[in-house]
Ligand binder design. Structure first.
Ligand SMILES: [Zn+2]
Length: 264
């Protein structure tokens, strides 16, 4: 049966593909390595669930899928997979970093989570005007919104490489567990909203700033924020700094004896 839905990116009536929200290669990698997907539904209501799901839905036409794959996903997924931690170092480096490509890769994931109708992403709702803005930037391969306003003034993306100083979790384990997209609201509206997920041992955080002072928005820099640098230094931080991540791993440990076994 043919789908009547239109492509969410180009609005064409071409048949839609079964699109992934997080790129398919992550699920492939997890399955091959006998890894498990770990879901965090929201920070206030942590519901841990181990799953082998490979969530997808009809979102994009074949051309748009190809467009995302060629322009963003190939580079974005390889960059995280290929950047390895050297013993004793407290940073990793994205060498010859392609900022715009990687930034829009991450934005394309957030956009897909936001427009998704899957239950697992129902807590990710950016609203129609933001969705349209993200789609516009991804589709046109540009950060600029209008004169002197860019998407990365509002969505600041930070990347941190995780480690476990207690050594309960080795690096392979950290890389094999994926936290699906979650959201956390600041205490005050001006704190903005955080969206985050983790893959390949990296914690990706989007800070959506609702600050009205445009100058502040433009100049304020977050910890570990991605910048347009030839060599981008990424800090390595202990998972104990990130409560949701620690809670998640603890829940997995308590729920699954298989988890420890699969480390080896
Ligand atoms: Zn399309």
């Amino acid at each position: 049966m043919e789908s009547k839905n239109k492509c969410k990116m180009c609005n064409s009536s071409e048949p839609l593909k079964n699109s992934h929200i997080l790129p398919r290669s992550y699920f492939r990698g997890l399955k091959k390595g006998s890894g498990q997907l770990y879901e965090v539904k929201s920070s206030a209501d942590i519901e841990a669930r181990l799953t082998n799901a490979d969530p997808k839905e009809e979102l994009l036409c074949s051309d748009c899928e190809q467009f995302l794959s060629i322009n963003y996903e190939k580079y974005g997924t390889r960059l995280l997979k290929d950047t390895k931690v050297n013993p004793g170092k407290d940073t990793v480096t994205f060498k010859s970093f392609r900022y715009k490509e990687f930034y829009l890769y991450l934005i394309s994931i957030l956009w897909r989570a936001s427009i998704s109708n899957l239950e697992r992403y129902e807590h990710i709702e950016l609203g129609e005007s933001i969705n349209n803005l993200l789609c516009h930037c991804v589709r046109n391969n540009r950060l600029k919104i209008q004169t002197s306003l860019k998407l990365d003034h509002f969505f600041k993306i930070s990347v941190i490489r995780l480690k476990d100083e207690s050594q309960n979790l080795d690096d392979l384990t950290l890389r094999k567990v994926m936290f699906d997209m979650s959201v956390e609201f600041g205490e005050k509206p001006q704190d903005g909203i955080l969206y985050y997920f983790s893959v390949d041992g990296f914690l990706i955080t989007y800070h959506f700033s609702s600050e009205e002072d445009i100058h502040m928005v433009r100049t304020k820099r977050n910890f570990a924020q991605l910048l347009n640098r030839q060599n981008m230094t990424i800090p390595i931080r202990d998972i104990s700094n990130f409560k949701q991540i620690v809670d998640g791993f603890n829940t997995i440990r308590s729920k699954s004896g298989e988890f420890r076994k699969s480390d080896t």
